[in-house]
Design a protein around this ligand. Structure first.
Ligand code: GLN
Length: 284
């Protein structure tokens, strides 16, 4: 009697399935092997390390077919984070869906810069404008339970995702407010305002790869500069004297960001670099 494993075609085993899927994702992803691994581990409800240790295991036809469906969706450009419904950011596992931009590792630079500037002892009030999934607000809140964070977004859908994440992570020091930029804030001033606003230009070719993500989280008028300018212009009225503004921007917008912060009265303006050494966060 042949065993079940003997009857299984080698092509149905984890290692072979991953190799084929990786080849099919090369066109759409810069990380095809990682994507395939994340999607298969999602289908199998196993950590990704399981795939390496069990490369010779067979996959059931049902799991195979669920995986194929996800690979096809990934091939059409859907981000892995939407397909698996979550994304790691900082030390947090965040739920994400198509209502929010997928948190980028680049944005951890903004979190690092913010944490480095916060006074060692509270109480400190921080606003995260355009919070999306809540990534920045929740990362700061998790590191600094003594800080009060207000997270805003103009999109009710995005706020629902951010609130869900705060509840799920048990972070009680974050409050949420719906509204466009400063309109969501009350009278009380903040010690720090942070934002990763939309800053991609309408004609940026990069956008063709981002069609599944909310355009309002990505694209800004005036060559991607309008939100950065609006934030620099209005922030001082919502900050305590000596308070900080930190803005994420594109690698080619550092000069512009320093210029607008200077123009609206910010001092000690500087730009911090992301892990790739590109200028991404301007603060003052
Ligand atoms: N960093 C994102 C990207 O280029 C853009 C994020 C944003 O516009 N805030 O994919």
């Amino acid at each position: 009697m042949p065993t079940v494993l003997d009857q299984t075609d080698a092509a149905d085993r984890i290692r072979a399935i991953l190799t084929r899927a990786t080849a099919r994702l090369h066109r759409v992803s810069t990380t095809p092997e990682l994507d395939a691994g994340l999607l298969l581990s999602h289908v199998l409800h196993k950590p990704r390390s399981f795939l390496f240790a069990h490369g010779g295991d067979a996959v059931t036809p049902a799991d195979r077919s669920a995986f194929e469906t996800l690979i096809e969706r990934r091939r059409s450009g859907e981000p892995v984070a939407y397909l698996v419904g979550k994304r790691g950011f900082w030390s947090l596992d965040l739920a994400v869906d198509a209502r929010v931009l997928v948190p980028r590792p680049d944005t951890e630079t903004l979190v690092e810069s913010a944490l480095a500037l916060l006074p060692a002892a509270g109480p400190v009030r921080i606003a995260d404008l355009g919070t999306g999934s809540g990534a920045i607000a929740l990362a700061i809140a998790s590191e600094r339970p003594d800080c009060q964070v207000v997270a805003t977004d103009a999109s009710p859908g995005a706020l629902a995702v951010a609130k869900h994440n705060a509840e799920h992570l048990g972070l009680g020091n974050v409050a949420f407010a719906e509204g466009d930029w400063f309109s969501a804030l009350g009278e009380a001033p903040f010690d720090m305002i942070v934002s990763n606003p939309p800053y991609v230009a309408e004609d940026d070719p990069h956008l063709t790869a981002l069609t599944h993500e909310p355009r309002q989280a990505l694209v800004a008028d005036d060559n991607g500069r309008s939100c950065l300018r609006h934030l620099a212009e209005g922030a001082a009225a919502h900050l305590v004297p000596g308070g900080w503004l930190l803005l994420e921007h594109g690698p080619d917008q550092g000069f512009f960001a320093r210029h607008v912060l200077g123009r609206y009265g910010f001092r000690d303006v500087r730009t911090d670099q992301d892990l790739g050494g590109r200028p991404r966060v301007t603060l003052g």
